[in-house]
Design a protein around this ligand. Sequence first.
Ligand SMILES: NC(=O)C1=CN([C@@H]2O[C@H](COP(=O)(O)OP(=O)(O)OC[C@H]3O[C@@H](n4cnc5c(N)ncnc54)[C@H](OP(=O)(O)O)[C@@H]3O)[C@@H](O)[C@H]2O)[C@@H](O)CC1
Ligand SMILES: Nc1ncnc2c1ncn2[C@@H]1O[C@H](COP(=O)(O)OP(=O)(O)O)[C@@H](O)[C@H]1O
Ligand SMILES: [K+]
Length: 488
Amino acid sequence: MLKIIKGSDVRHLDSLHIQRKGISSLLLMENAALGFAEWFNSQSYLGNERVAVFCGAGNNGGDGFAIARLLSKLGWKVTLFTCFEPGTLLSPDAKSNFDLVPSAVRLQSWKEFNPSSFDVLIDAYLGVGLKGELRKEAKDIIQAINSFQGQVLSVDVPSGLPSDSNCSWECVRASHTLTFAFPKLALLFPENAQFTGELVVIDIGIEDSELMEIDSDYFFLQKKDVPNYHRKFNRFAHKGDFGKILLVAGSKGKMGAAYLSAKSALRTGSGLVTCLIPESERFIIQSSLPETMVVFEDQVDYSKFDAIGVGPGLGIDSVEVLEKVLDNYSSPMVLDADALTILSKHKNLIKKVPKGSILTPHLSEFERLFGKTDSHLERLKIAKEFCLHYSLNVLIKGANSVICLVDGRQIFNSSGSRFMATAGSGDVLTGMLTSFLGQGYSPEQALICGVFQHGLAGEIAGKEKLRSTIASDILEAIPETFKQLSIS
Ligand SMILES: NC(=O)C1=CN([C@@H]2O[C@H](COP(=O)(O)OP(=O)(O)OC[C@H]3O[C@@H](n4cnc5c(N)ncnc54)[C@H](OP(=O)(O)O)[C@@H]3O)[C@@H](O)[C@H]2O)[C@@H](O)CC1
Ligand SMILES: Nc1ncnc2c1ncn2[C@@H]1O[C@H](COP(=O)(O)OP(=O)(O)O)[C@@H](O)[C@H]1O
Ligand SMILES: [K+]
């Protein structure tokens, strides 16, 4: 899994890599530029498009000089805009690449930029080397870049954005950010989505093991990581091996939530799924989902289940229902939706939640539980303290959901799409997480597999249905996620 390190540690990472692989820093810059140019070429830009490349005096600018050279060689009409005064000392690698810029590339000062003369803009002005507050001339340059109406592709980070924190000033508003080796932390904050645009991670040959040598509690989960977290079942496996789970979900008028989470659990591979629902509502589940069983509050033996998920559609008045589950079950469980709202109103119940359990708040539920927050960085800090203190896992849901583990590690998910912002998609996730717990996955394994595959199912459904995607489409895409990951 990729580690997300601080921007200020990138130099250290470079030198580690350079020592290990025996390559020069200039070659690393060339790899970065090649990765960018390859991605650029794979997009459906027209061959005659006019490309503006804004370059600073540091290594981010160095990437820009190399990109200008590569794109010019590939036949694009490139104009390079220097964002520094004549005579400025360039970083050594930037200087080497500046000297290699071919004569086919026009050179101009950023002050001569005319937005209407270009079709695409590449922003290689400032990268992770930004220090302190943005200076006046930088603000003017960023304003000039933002006056451009076409696509803006930022190199490594949108210029002006600090790599690991928020800022109070205007940054480049990119349509895409192509970041090198690992996503910089600030690119994953919802408040910076307006600057980052779509995020693409470019592999420049730095290995996960090299990143691991640098201290950080943040990680980035990608598709290639997931299969290793899955349990393998042999050919003698029987339905008992796939777990018996209980979903405490649904109430009058909200039985759809129980249906969605139960069906998702079945699609995720649970052997036996039981729903604890109000007796009056039993016909809905029994006729719509014959594969599940139902039980009612006075007859349930909690201890016979391998995992329990509580909350979807439960109703925020079901305090006693939740309390009973907490009093009668001691293994890790999943708490979502109304169960979280109840916990936020009855904080005394938190200490009864079994250690290792998973709480899955979206941003409003997070604030209900922990109070108002001003930034994602603040949320991460609060979640970390909570996880360490109570030995609980928290999933902060949204784009790039963050898996906050009991030991303080925080893993950003890379799968998902905005088409998942639809009623019931969280219920699908609860079903998936509970299912994996029931199949004997540890909470960490369940979170990694469940959160990634839920996002992947959303991507698959969204590709077909775009904004018409509904939660049922996401759950029906679960089988395809197993197929794509080669998990049988
Ligand atoms: N392993 C990797 O990931 C690889 C990373 N690589 C690339 O290196 C980049 C990092 O390069 P870097 O360290 O040279 O810094 P960079 O971002 O160009 O910034 C320095 C410039 O910013 C300026 N400046 C600073 N603060 C400012 C302020 N407040 N307001 C205004 N200006 C300010 C500063 O000016 P100065 O203060 O020196 O006058 C100087 O000109 C990284 O993002 C990636 O693109 C790849 O090439 C290879 C592999
Ligand atoms: N823009 C987005 N990009 C990626 N995933 C998203 C986005 N919006 C929502 N999701 C995902 O969809 C799910 C929504 O869950 P939740 O808000 O609990 O929905 P509901 O309460 O309607 O079931 C979460 O897993 C979340 O991560
Ligand atoms: K940049």
